[in-house]
Design a protein. Sequence first.
Length: 152
Amino acid sequence: MEASPPPDEFIKNRTIFQMREEIQKNGAWLWELNWVLRYTESVSEPFVISESPFLAEISPGVAQENALKHPETVLYFPLCWEVCLFGSPVRFDLGTGKLDSHDMTVARRKYRVFAKQFLISPAKLDDITDFPENQNQQNVPAGFGGEALLNQ
């Protein structure tokens, strides 16, 4: 059976539902972080989303319960294929800005590493489609799906 993209309505409703659900759970900590928008202008280099809308990247050795206070923690939250929120306990040097091609590839691969059920993209992408299975396990200690942070 060949995979087919879910309908636009499913993607939109799922993303909005999950965002509202996570904020209602315990979203007060979101105000303590600094947030910036990063964008892309090309559908051929989009942000992607998986079953976990939040992705938290932390330094090795930092416990999850301390991650939100650690200065190197970065949260990713794609809003659509064009825009992603980046959060951190420290202030970003640049406000809203465009990500270059290399940074977009890195962002997509981070989501690919943690995707267990699905990964949604508006276009077929070789950098996530032709992804070696053993690479799924690389860098896992340095980050995790954001549910662990949201449930603290």
